[in-house]
Design a protein around this ligand. Sequence first.
Ligand code: GDP
Ligand code: IMO
Ligand code: MG
Length: 431
Amino acid sequence: MNNSIVVLGTQWGDEGKGKIVDLLSQEADAVVRFQGGHNAGHTLVIDGQKTVLHLIPSGILQPDVECFIGNGVVLSLKALRNEIEKLEAKGVEVRSRIRISPACAIIMPWHEMLDRAREEARGDRAIGTTCRGIGPAYEDKVARRGLRTSDLIDPENLGEKIEHILDFHNFVLTERFGMEPLSIEAMVAEALELGAYFADQVADVSGRLYELRDAGKRVMFEGAQGSLLDIDHGTYPYVTSSNTTIGGVCTGAGIGPDAIDYVLGITKAYVTRVGGGPFPTELFDQNGERLARRGAEFGATTGRPRRCGWLDAVALRRMVRLNGVSGFCVTKLDVLDGFEEIKICTAYRLNGELLDAPPLDSHSWGDLEPVYESFPGWSESSRGVTSLDKLPQNARNYLKTMEKMCGAPVHIVSTGPERSENIIIQYPYDL
Ligand code: GDP
Ligand code: IMO
Ligand code: MG
């Protein structure tokens, strides 16, 4: 029995993690976010009603599921409060069910200001960040000058801490970017107000997760972003600022590797990317437009159009190994309905040489040419199909090919955005 499951993205994000966490949380006792922040946008569709979550774990729509924000998350308490108020206005109880680690790095207004100003200054080298202050907040954490949740709960010394931080950041804001300096008093007041609002939610997340494990409860760890956006293993510098891959679960939730039983790697049946950076299989033709249109590929956080391309088996098999993926969940298979021909990238060509793994340096990613294998598509609809034998034969062949090329079995197939539109081949908690 697997009681502890990780759900993470194996591409550049937006693979459909939220939908699958919501689906599996019907049988779970707790859901934990362990990295990232409100740069994430996780979409849940239940009976036609859409909910987009940014910080709140995607188990929140199941009334008995406990929700946790682990220490690895960079936390905008303002964004979290907005999200809670929206959900509570719809009748979803949140505050009694959500617990926040005292060690989360806090996102403050200067982080967002710096993120935006630096992106503008990069011009055509912009990373295309979500401008939510994610990178600058992780920088303050690593530089050991950042605020943590616990600093806002215990206001003693807060003024001194913020003064020290602003002494550093106001210099950059005013001298480098010509902005007005932030006022220490205003920032202290904002921090104290948010700290007071969340005082009852701060708890020992790691300790509670071990209590749940010891009691035989089912816990799910919900990744944000995707493996190719990992700060170490992704397409640096066009990445986010956290470890989105498996190691982030242990450091970001406060659990040991022995508390992970199963890793579900979410992958679209094709690939999308939002923001800048290399994308070897990106399509600029009618096929790309068709994927974007049929897949409704617009960012759930920023509304930006997502870039689309064919499945990249080279990058995917690296991410399967890196994350120890136990099984795949392939999402958006229905988006491929009606394509006459479907391609999978099986190798890259770089300066005339054939590569069967992604390059380890960051600069050659942009020069990779994809080498494709072609497969016949299917004209029948797979939308909403719930059993493998009802899928078009060529769609089944495509899934088999993915398994062979990428080195992991397909355990779930998603055939539409609705919670109910899935084929469960192996139920992760049952294995
Ligand atoms: P996440 O960030 O990984 O949670 O993914 P997003 O929510 O940002 O993006 C996934 C999008 O695809 C959302 O709009 C989902 O409603 C939608 N979606 C998820 N699974 C499927 C699927 O199997 N088919 C289709 N057509 N849409 C899906
Ligand atoms: P979910 O959890 C897709 C991308 C941004 C940008 C880069 C860095 O919904 O899959 P950041 O604001 O993190 O510093 O931006 O990462 N990015 C995402 N792309 N899905 C996400 O989250 C993303 N979160 C960040 O577009 O390219
Ligand atoms: Mg998303």
